[in-house]
Design a protein around this ligand. Sequence first.
Ligand code: ATP
Ligand code: MG
Length: 234
Amino acid sequence: MSVLEINDVTAGYGDAAILRGVSATVNSGELVTVIGPNGSGKSTLMKTVLGLLTPTDGQILFENESIVGNSPETIVRKGISYVPQSSNVFPSLTIRENLEMGAFLRQGDSGPRISEILDLFPDLHGKQKETAGRLSGGQRQMLALARALMLDPNLLLLDEPTAGLAPMMIDSVFERVKEINDSGIAIMLVEQNAKDALSISDRAYVLAAGQNQLEGKGEELLHDPEVARLYLGG
Ligand SMILES: Nc1ncnc2c1ncn2[C@@H]1O[C@H](COP(=O)(O)OP(=O)(O)OP(=O)(O)O)[C@@H](O)[C@H]1O
Ligand SMILES: [Mg+2]
């Protein structure tokens, strides 16, 4: 069963169509990666799914219902969490406050959920009162992931969670992403670290200039000579 179905979507900023007929699917429980050159429309695709941009053409279905025209708040409430490419934590708030903000659409006490989430992120556990702005880049990405989980989403959209991180931190973010996916949450992941991302993905899409270029199983694309030449550094 598909969690997310993007059919032939055209979208952009003002009159400029950036995505031109893009299609992609995330099935229940899948980890799906989107790779592609800078400016190919990867972030635009995520913003369109979340309702920050409205497609001028095409369909987006979440759990078999159209979400086109829904506000981001409605879409988040339906079960899609989004970690944007930048500014994904509130630097002046503490870790705990960031998690509370992540739960703002949640009914009732967020305390128990915060404890549950912090068990998954041992690095953050002892630092609840620390200001997020003082965290390392990697810890901030962990916090952004943790915050996105506060609403118990069925689909997680992650826009380059390893960007700018040291190699060791990159590995731990990928491990965490894999764990989250193994817990049953479907994930659409945009990544520059294509090799690592493809090796943990069920399936992947390659976008170029706002259009679908290639798709396949993560393993297959990892060993595709063209993908290797263009995106995996030879
Ligand atoms: N707010 C905006 N207003 C106008 N054009 C934008 C805006 N954001 C992005 N664009 C343009 O849309 C195109 C696609 O950008 P997008 O951010 O989706 O690419 P991307 O694949 O995520 O790139 P990167 O790998 O650099 O993150 C680019 O040409 C970009 O300049
Ligand atoms: Mg981007």
